[in-house]
Design a binder for this molecule. Structure first.
Ligand code: C5P
Length: 412
């Protein structure tokens, strides 16, 4: 997707077996359009060679504050200054417990710690991906350092959990390269929804006919999951109420799985009072069988089809939009409309009928199950088209549109 086009990342490696993941991370950053300058501590070179990192990054690796090679055309024998000035971020991955302790105290006895201390603190963010044994991670000294590094303005990513190289199992593994890539991309998104709590519905619903059969639809949930991810990246607290889909939960999002429309409605009602924004992307079934059979309905050999009677499902979006908090916009409600034709007219009519301030139209058959989409945003003033793009890019743009309508000030 070229998520990181134009970004220059200084990738610092410190001692730890997770250095092997840094090789993959370097490739992934470059694949997304970033340029990567690798700096290694001496300990890191016990685990992976500068030759490997040079080959992957396409740039010479630096490891000494006494390195006299010119950096970006400047030959003043100050790699600790020159390497950090061009960076959009310094990412330490893996970051050992020892290196965190060093950063915390402002020590600067090797090139990497020196350039972290010498970086322009307001312009060059420091991102830390810890990697260590579970006891080292859980130690009060490490946890104290994590908290203090955060207070000093660094962003300390989470650690993974699982089997460790030492044979123990627990917290402290470095996140996987793809997870770190997601974290870095998320870091660069504008934090326009800080302080907001966004509630999202996604996916289809499943309305049971009997214990083995039911009625559902083709919604993949991808748009709703992208919206949950984008809202989280924009700094919101996010609750995702998902119908039956097989998608991974976006990092940092709280997810609640449901099946039927009635269940989705109940969970949404429970969570709505804490929310400030409600985005209904779920393809909720309009009708459900009046009564699901207790046992599987058999053919019976008569050739006669079973007769199903239906009752209408609650309209979750309309109910929330027309609640006191919805009407006062304390809960800003956003609806989706999957249409097959006349998108503008249908979206406008749906917006008025449901009484939502913002309705997002898309052509259903052109987007079901796809990774891209095109949107039409309709509010009381006008209609804004968003050209075909990945669902995540569109979701990010939608967050900016929603934030503007909330009157929330954006942060760079
Ligand atoms: O009426 P229609 O299904 O076309 O409306 C689509 C919008 O309403 C979507 O935002 C969808 O999530 C929401 N909706 C809902 N509950 C329903 C039906 C639709 O929240 N029962």
């Amino acid at each position: 997707m070229n998520e990181l086009a134009g970004k220059h990342i200084v990738l610092g490696l410190t001692g730890g077996i997770a250095c092997y993941k840094a090789a993959e991370l370097c490739r992934a950053l470059i694949k997304e359009g970033a340029t990567v300058q690798v700096v290694m501590s001496q300990a890191a070179q016990q685990f992976i060679t500068p030759v490997t990192m040079q080959a992957l990054s396409g740039r010479p690796v630096y490891d000494s504050q006494w390195d006299a090679r010119p950096v970006n055309g400047t030959a003043n024998n100050m790699p600790h200054i020159n390497l950090s000035r061009e960076a959009d971020a310094i990412l330490i991955a893996p970051c050992s417990a020892d290196f965190m302790a060093k950063l915390l105290h402002g020590r600067a006895d090797d090139l990497l710690s020196l350039l972290c201390l010498a970086r322009p603190i307001d312009k060059v963010p420091l991102l830390i991906a810890p990697a260590m044994n579970r006891e080292m991670w859980a130690h009060p000294a490490t946890q104290r350092n994590v908290a203090q590094l955060g207070a000093d303005g660094a962003t300390v990513f989470d650690v993974g959990s699982g089997d460790q190289a030492c044979g123990e199992t627990g917290d402290g593994r470095m996140l996987e390269p793809q997870e770190l890539l997601d974290e870095v991309s998320a870091f660069f998104q504008p934090k326009v929804l800080v302080g907001q709590h966004v509630l999202v519905t996604a996916g289809p619903t499943y309305e049971a006919i009997d214990p083995v059969r039911g009625i559902t639809n083709q919604s993949s949930g991808k748009m709703g999951f992208a919206i949950a991810q984008a809202a989280r990246e924009a700094g919101a607290e996010v609750t995702l109420v998902a119908g039956p889909v097989s998608l991974a939960t976006p990092r940092g999002v709280s997810r609640c799985d449901v099946k039927s429309a009635v269940e989705m409605f109940r969970v949404v009602q429970e969570r709505a009072s804490a929310a400030t924004v409600f985005i209904a992307t779920a393809a909720v079934a309009d009708w459900r069988p009046a009564k699901a059979a207790d046992q599987k309905i058999k053919k019976g050999g008569t050739g006669k089809a079973p007769e199903l009677t239906f009752v209408e499902n609650p309209d979750i979006l309309a109910a929330l939009a027309q609640s006191p908090r919805g009407l006062s916009r304390a809960l800003y409600c956003v609806g989706f409309a999957a249409e097959s034709h006349d998108l503008l007219a249908n979206a406008q009519a749906k917006r008025l009928r449901k009484q939502v301030p913002l309705l997002v139209g898309n052509i259903g058959p052109a987007t079901f199950g796809q990774d891209d989409n095109a949107l039409l945003l309709v509010d009381e003033l006008n209609a804004v088209e968003m050209a075909r793009d990945s669902k995540l890019s569109l979701a990010r743009k939608l967050m900016i549109e929603i934030a503007a309508r909330l009157g929330v000030k954006g942060q760079p």
